[in-house]
Design a protein around this ligand. Structure first.
Ligand SMILES: Cc1cc2nc3c(=O)[nH]c(=O)nc-3n(C[C@H](O)[C@H](O)[C@H](O)COP(=O)(O)OP(=O)(O)OC[C@H]3O[C@@H](n4cnc5c(N)ncnc54)[C@H](O)[C@@H]3O)c2cc1C
Length: 456
């Protein structure tokens, strides 16, 4: 392998591979470095939902949406804390990103409504298949070399310009990047150190992201004076299984099918129709940060083996659920006071019958859609869970050319970033599907700019 390249991309996940392809399409000789043995990072583990607006698929389903509405929603969800220029970039580039994904063979099957969307705009795809298509486009590209198990350890500079990477751990090599370096190393959900510094209440939340998501790009940027934005706006996902010896964590979301959520005292603590991120915040305030999704056979009947978050049968078979014929017996299995849980469920059912939730004002299954049913048809099920951390949303400060900005608000010459390692797109909160879309959008821009075909 040569030591001299035009563009070096750090991270072989969705943003990095996309950036590599964009740079290679601009005739740059590209090296993509991936520190783990398998590429794909969190992207391959993800739910595969992309938030796009104004697509042909939406039109086919009769969904009235537009880029302007997407912009409004992103700013509303982000509580106006997001960088409006990055939001504009997302909105301006998202349809081209969607078309590009389709061109390289990513199948989008249907559009559905997800958390924090005012219109259905989750374009669903199978995440491993999606990443495979992106990876194939890179490995088949004559200008791209993609190497695994080769992490970037340091950025190299000539004067104040980033011009290379020290990579490879003990067998470290100095690799030169004539045109630019793109940081695309993902987020920091596996860095206890960064979580402790910026979002301490998530320090011990179970991490769900790719094994390489240890915030390396943030540290590499910080070492050169990079500014950080939105680091404290960490949001966890409610529905993450409690740690079990050797079993991997799963994500199960039964609330939007009709489950209620109670704490260890058998008491509800939240409107279950709210975003799983908001419920995640509420769960962290509960004793032991534990919540139980309690549901009945009507919800179980809606199990979907193809959709992991709704695969209730699968979760039961693998021992993640408790079940019993009465609410009291279920409570006993959960070590919850049986009369307390029975009282919670009967109050909730009476509220459902009278058409109003007297405790938390729940009026829909989720996101304003659907009517909550009673939890009354045995057998009953409970899923003990907590708030896990699939991704982070803050990171390096970038401009609209994905140049990394330093603490004195100047671009660091030669350094770009893309994907979860950057902050500014989401602001205070997250719209479902906007992370994967952001990775493709920012990856395409970063790759083009690092290759020198866009204005610096
Ligand atoms: C369970 C789960 C479900 C999700 N569902 C969705 C969803 O449905 N919709 C959505 O929008 N978002 C979702 N997300 C978030 C989304 O997957 C990520 O935000 C997105 O994949 C980030 O892409 P990325 O390329 O920036 O990072 P990643 O895909 O994580 O890739 C980063 C890569 O960089 C590598 N790397 C790290 N450090 C180095 C280094 N020093 N040198 C070389 N390589 C390095 C990592 O090993 C990794 O392969 C989900 C995340 C998880 C975990």
């Amino acid at each position: 392998m040569p030591d001299d390249w035009d563009v070096i991309v750090i991270g072989g996940g969705l943003a990095g591979v996309t950036a590599g392809i964009a740079a290679a399409d601009a005739d740059a000789r590209v090296l993509i470095l991936e520190k783990t043995a398998d590429p794909g990072g969190s992207a391959r583990l993800s739910g595969g939902s992309f938030a796009f607006a104004g697509t042909d698929l939406q039109q086919q389903q009769g969904i009235d949406d537009s880029p302007d509405l997407l912009r409004e929603d992103l700013l509303t969800v982000g509580e106006g804390r997001n960088d409006p220029e990055l939001v504009d970039l997302y909105v301006a580039e998202q349809l081209a990103a969607y078309e590009w994904l389709r061109e390289i063979g990513v199948p989008f099957e249907r559009v559905s409504l997800s958390s924090n969307q005012s219109r259905p705009r989750t374009h669903g795809t199978n995440a491993p298949r999606m990443f495979e298509a992106v990876q194939d486009a890179a490995t088949g590209h004559p200008n791209i070399t993609f190497i695994m198990e080769s992490g970037a350890d340091r950025l190299l500079r000539s004067g104040n310009r980033v011009n290379g990477v020290l990579a490879g751990g003990t067998a470290a090599r100095e690799l030169t990047a004539q045109s630019g370096v793109v940081l695309a190393s993902g987020g920091f959900n596996r860095s206890k150190r960064l979580l402790q510094a910026f979002a301490p209440r998530f320090r011990d939340a179970p991490p769900l992201g790719g094994s390489g998501n240890t915030g390396d790009g943030i540290l590499l940027g910080m070492a050169l004076g990079a500014d950080l934005v939105d680091m404290g706006y960490v949001k966890g996902t409610f529905g993450t299984s409690l740690p079990r010896d050797s079993a991997p964590p799963i994500l199960l979301i039964a609330m939007y099918r009709g489950a209620v959520v109670v704490n260890v005292h058998g008491q509800r603590f939240v409107d279950e129709s709210l975003s799983y991120k908001t419920i995640g915040d509420a769960c962290l305030e509960q004793p032991g940060a534990v919540g139980f999704q309690v549901f009945d056979s009507h919800v179980m009947e809606q199990t979907r083996p193809d959709l992991t978050v709704n695969d209730f049968e699968g979760a039961l078979e693998r021992g993640y659920l408790q079940t019993a014929d009465t609410v009291e017996d279920l409570a006993a299995k959960l070590r919850i006071d049986p009369p307390a849980l029975a009282d919670t469920i009967s109050t909730y059912n009476a509220d459902v019958r009278s058409g109003g939730d007297s405790r938390f004002g729940r009026s829909s299954l989720g996101n304003g859609v659907g009517e909550p049913p009673e939890v009354a048809a045995p057998p009953f099920y409970a899923y003990p869970c907590t708030t896990g951390l699939p991704s982070t949303y803050g990171g390096l400060h970038v401009d609209t050319a994905m140049r990394v900005i330093d603490v004195f608000e100047h671009p660091i010459p030669g350094l770009h970033a893309a994907g979860e390692v950057v902050g500014g797109f989401h602001g205070a909160s997250y719209m479902s599907g906007s992370s994967l879309a952001k990775s493709v959008i920012s990856g395409r821009v970063a790759g083009r700019c690092a290759a020198g075909i866009a204005q610096h």
